[in-house]
Design a protein around this ligand. Structure first.
Ligand SMILES: [Ca+2]
Length: 322
């Protein structure tokens, strides 16, 4: 909950061996695998629509499967609540925002003028994460319009156990997965996505800022009157199979004419070199800037695929066949 005492209206706020013809045929008829995401969201109630009772008091634990891992007070907003309680939608103690989906969302303080007060949301996964597998974590945030500051370091943390810490300050968990840029959009929902390689046995997901205020970058919002507050909606955790096609056949038959890796975003970079190590192609957006091997001879090329946090660092070969 935002701090109501600060201001009168301060809201709580190597190269392949030469491929003989027989292997050639095998390659051509091998199903080509792309990066694909299983459709199952491993988070139950990621849109906050299911609730135990209507959150007239704005407490996060009124939303099914959610809790606070600390003594601070993350908020839950639902259109079922009375507007006068400041826990309804779209106007509430954090400002004004429509849900990204449905009729509810959550909200947390992520920076508090150097006193390290912070709020987090915690939820259980429907399935334990498997060691070494990749998972795509996505959620949407919008800066509460009453916020006096905007900040970075919005992150994710996976835990084996349910966290219950008797503090209302920073949870100093090791967190490589956070935003480096400051999110200051109060009008729109901003998508945050992170790739996580599981250690194995993770059963819970926590969202928030796992860095002390001193290590958090902020931006002043001149019109704000309250704490640095973010609305959160539509959280998802999806399994990822990271497979890059090992052959492209740019003969205009519509099949494997270009290198396609499903759902690659700007978070990725792919670099392709020839057998002499000379770079022939590089992009961080395969959708806009695809590779069809044009102007390059048939043969074996090698790729490196990385995401911006270097969680995925994958190499392999692509056979160019016309
Ligand atoms: Ca929602």
């Amino acid at each position: 909950m935002l701090n109501l005492t600060k201001y009168l209206t301060l809201f709580s706020l190597g190269f392949l061996p030469r491929i003989k013809p027989v292997f050639f045929i095998v390659l051509l008829f091998t199903p080509f695998c792309n990066i694909s995401k299983a459709q199952e969201n491993l988070l139950p109630n990621g849109s906050f629509e299911e609730y135990i009772i209507c959150p007239e008091d704005g407490a996060l634990n009124k939303a099914k499967y959610f809790s606070s891992p600390t003594n601070s007070s993350p908020d839950y907003f639902n259109s079922c609540a009375m507007a006068s309680n400041n826990t309804s939608i779209p106007s509430n103690l954090g400002g004004f925002q429509e849900p990204r989906s449905g009729s509810s969302y959550a909200g947390i303080v992520t920076y508090s003028y150097g006193n390290n007060y912070k709020e987090y949301i915690q939820t259980s996964l429907v399935k334990t994460l498997e060691s070494n597998k990749y998972y795509l974590v996505k959620y949407f945030v919008s800066l509460g319009s009453y916020s006096s500051t905007a900040s970075n370091k919005l992150g994710v943390f996976f835990s084996e156990q349910l966290i219950t810490e008797n503090i209302n300050t920073t949870l100093l968990f090791e967190d490589n997965l956070h935003t480096d840029s400051i999110i200051s959009d109060t009008l729109n929902w901003v998508e945050l996505s992170f790739i996580y390689q599981a250690k194995g046995n993770e059963n819970f997901l926590l969202l928030g800022n796992f860095h002390d205020d001193f290590f958090t970058d902020t931006l002043n919002c001149s019109s704000g009157i309250g704490d640095n507050y973010y609305y959160i909606d539509d959280i998802s955790v999806m399994e990822m199979d990271v497979n890059v096609p090992n052959v492209i056949t740019p003969n205009s038959d519509g099949i494997n004419d270009v290198l396609e890796i499903e759902d690659l975003t700007g978070d990725f970079e792919i670099t392709i070199v020839n057998r002499w190590g000379q770079k022939v192609f590089q992009t961080n957006n395969l959708t806009l800037n695809s590779w069809n091997g044009e102007n390059f001879p048939e043969g074996v090329y090698f790729y490196t695929l990385t995401d911006k946090k270097n969680v995925i660092n994958k190499t392999g070969f692509i056979h160019l066949i016309r």
